[in-house]
Design a protein around this ligand. Sequence first.
Ligand code: SF4
Length: 403
Amino acid sequence: MVHIGNWDNKTITVSQKNNCVTISIETAKETQVFSFDKAGRLWTALLKKISYRRGLNGNVVAKWNSDRDILHRKWLNEQEKSNLLSKAHSTIQMIVDSLLVKDYFLPPLTTKTVSELMHLAKVGVDFYQDDLQDYHSIYKPVGILPPDQYISFVLQLTEGCSFNKCTFCTFYRDRQFRIKQPQEFENHINGVINFIGDGLSLRRTIFLGDANALVVPTNKLIPLIEVIHRHLDVEKLGGLFAFLDGFSGERKNAQDYKNLFQLGLKKIYIGLESGNNQLLKFLNKPGTAKEALNAVRLIKSAGISVGIIILLGAGGKQYQAAHITDTVDIINQMGLDADDLVYFSELIESEGLTYTQNAFNTNLIPLSSAETQLQRKFIEENLIFSERGTPHISTYDIRDFVY
Ligand code: SF4
């Protein structure tokens, strides 16, 4: 339900959905927008043409475009986060105060919406402090998610990465890989349900953390997934999603994937990185491109879709040609269709990254930004898909990740 009203030379819109409340305030100079989940947490905002997105972990990323359409990004510091939250909730307080004078909305606000606004107006520093404390008591920091899973309901069935040695990745260096026992996992699920509370309606899918929950042997994995079914309506929440490094640990067979499909597994994200085995070796990525191909075929034959991630710029100029040719070749054999995804993720280097040290040691010449985009273009242009449709092809920028 959308309610629109004019107050103090502002056009105020209250949009009440079953998963969030969005308020926009429009003046001749600016439009401000604030969106909250049903527990009262701010999750997106727009102020002075800067968009903000807040994660459950309290981090807030701000993004804006310059005149030349270049995207800028900044993670807010503590003071900036606090200012944003104050601004959001004091704006709601202003609307609640104005309603004491008269209800100027059309259609008039329902009692339920008024009480929701009053609840949002009351949310303050204490709420967010307690919320963050709860978050850290139930989660190890969520390292990364695919971009289409940022508003999933993450359950850390495992912690860390069973391999943890790829030279370009530091997401899970702070923890040992381990599989949760059923009782511990059940406690974790209950903890996440209590923590997210009414915000559950905003969550679209269930993501099994961390890096490769599907490496868990099937005879241990199925009882853990059954625990999820005892506590959550998996189908209603959009099904189960997970990463798979796929090529270390126990390999799953076609029947394993069929069983997992029956239990609600919808999509598996695979960091292929490249179709070139020499480059995979340079990246210290476990397994070969052929093994990734075999895994994809098994997964898809079970009815589960895949998200394939390609690491753009990896190996610099020395590997450029082979990276393009072999990646195209392997993806074209995967039989991807409209249910699948292909992500292009640019290699992000940083000081201390083993990849950067190895690149330095071997005199690797990095690709410029334009060359990296050209690499994507060459790969994308040569992908051939069947009559079953084209996968959604998109950018995966790990610097945008927020949960
Ligand atoms: S398998 Fe994935 S999560 Fe693990 S180290 Fe390699 S890239 Fe990182």
